[in-house]
Design a protein around this ligand. Structure first.
Ligand SMILES: [Zn+2]
Length: 441
């Protein structure tokens, strides 16, 4: 039987004394993180030397001998702090190498450091009769919501807006395959809807964030109005954190339900390999030659960005991938180039039309002058994503695996904003290669 790695998170109920101890560990871990970061920076600046995680780890022994407060923390927890710093550095250099503009690893303030990890279950942290036993802290009560499966590997204690949590990362968790349905589909992120499938099925966007946005703004304002360092400000900040947590949870819930619905219905789901970070980048300013700037679509793109971030597409895709693995289904990413522009219609001979049709963001409908196919812009994209994924996987006859009848040729309907379609302007007749246009959605 196949198995996966899974993380189980449960709420813990420490006593007030234990809570103080947990806070102290968190505080010291954060201090260690910042000190280790400073050491790296100083050594590099003064001597041009880069120090590795293992060199820093070797110094832990000395630290523990000199500072008794660190001797009271399990050595694995401290090692994990240094491992996190190393990971941050590696991510920084990887993104540098990719030509991105990453921020340098930063010092962590009290509100930015939330957790510490025992890297080996049974060594410093273990379960005993439903209780979590932490070295030097003692038995902590756990509020179980479900039994954990597989073999626990690591234990992480984290502090969230509404209290403390424990996460067990478990290996060898058996999968629960869902029955095969014989259906495949492509999905595309919509601007007005959350996603659209190749059959034109829509999943509406609940827009939790928009609804909660006003409340969040209000809570945020309350925080900034209050005096820095005051008790009242701290209280307001806690309330704000709780509101953020609520929004996050609503969104995760929606994503999980949607992903489950998809893996129940389809054996393979194709999606675009998109990088939300790239989509969120601001369009370059367009100078008009007189010292001013021409419209560059930044405002429109900002609106688009909000809906992308709102939808949390990347978050959803990672949840979908997890759900698929657990259910014994497949999720595949395909190259997103021209999925919106190309015609996805299946012709009578079983081939794909593939006519490339220029569309700006405001054109919501795909109309093919070559084959007459008419579809929603995003549905057309979702179909292209499916065809592309199936071609990559070597599924031979596209028409045969289609989930619905091949498209009947439809009459080209006039569109509201059809002046933007190039063949209208150029007196289009017959097949031609139209303008190359970069995909934005
Ligand atoms: Zn076509």
């Amino acid at each position: 039987m196949d198995s996966v790695r899974k993380t189980y998170q449960e709420k813990v109920k420490p006593t007030p004394a234990q809570e103080r101890q947990l806070e102290a560990v968190l505080w010291r871990c954060r201090t260690l993180y910042n000190t280790a970061l400073e050491q790296r920076i100083t050594l590099w600046k003064q001597r041009g030397v880069s120090i590795t995680r293992y060199q820093q780890e070797a110094e832990l022994k000395e630290l523990r001998a000199e500072m008794p407060e660190y001797a009271s923390i399990h050595s694995h927890v401290l090692q994990d702090v240094l491992a996190r710093l190393e990971k941050t550095y590696q991510a920084f250099f990887r993104r540098m190498a990719n030509g991105e503009k990453p921020g340098f690893p930063r010092f962590q303030g009290a509100t930015r450091y939330h957790s510490f990890t025992y890297k080996e279950y049974g060594n410093g942290a273990r379960l005993d009769n439903g209780c979590l036993v932490l070295s030097k802290i003692g038995r902590v009560a756990v509020r179980w919501s479900r039994p954990i499966e597989g073999t626990p590997k690591t234990v992480t204690i984290s502090k969230e807006a509404d209290g403390w949590y424990v996460s067990f990362s478990c290996a060898d968790v058996p999968t629960e395959p869902l029955p095969e349905t014989g259906h495949e589909t492509g999905i595309d992120v919509g601007v007005k809807v959350f996603l659209i499938t190749a059959e034109g099925k829509l999943v509406e966007n609940p827009r939790h964030y928009r609804k909660a946005e006003r409340e969040l703004k209000k809570a945020q304002k309350r925080v900034s109005r209050r005096k820095k360092g005051s008790k009242r400000r701290k209280k307001a900040a806690e309330l704000l954190a709780k509101k953020h947590q609520h929004v996050r949870r609503q969104r995760t819930d929606f994503h999980q339900k949607t992903a489950l619905m998809l893996v129940r219905q389809y054996d393979t789901i194709y999606h675009e390999a998109i990088q939300p970070a790239n989509l969120s980048r601001r369009p370059a300013p367009k100078p008009d030659g007189n010292g001013g700037y021409l419209p560059n679509g930044a405002a429109r793109k900002a609106g688009l960005n909000t809906s992308i971030q709102d939808a949390g597409w990347g978050h959803f895709l990672s949840i979908l991938a997890c759900k698929a693995v657990c259910a014994g289904k497949r999720v595949e990413a395909v190259n997103p180039a021209y999925t919106t522009q190309d015609c996805s219609s299946v012709l009578a001979d079983g081939t794909i039309c593939g006519e490339r049709i220029y569309k700006t963001l405001s054109v919501r409908t795909h109309v093919c002058p070559h084959c007459g196919y008419l579809a929603d812009r995003d549905e057309n994209a979702a179909r292209n994503i499916q065809w592309r994924g199936q071609r990559l996987r070597g599924v031979p006859a596209l028409a045969r695996v289609m989930n619905r009848e091949p498209v009947v040729r439809r009459r080209v309907m006039p569109l509201e904003n059809d002046s933007q379609l190039p063949w209208q302007a150029s007196g289009f007749a017959g097949r031609q290669t139209t303008t190359v246009w970069c995909d934005m959605v």
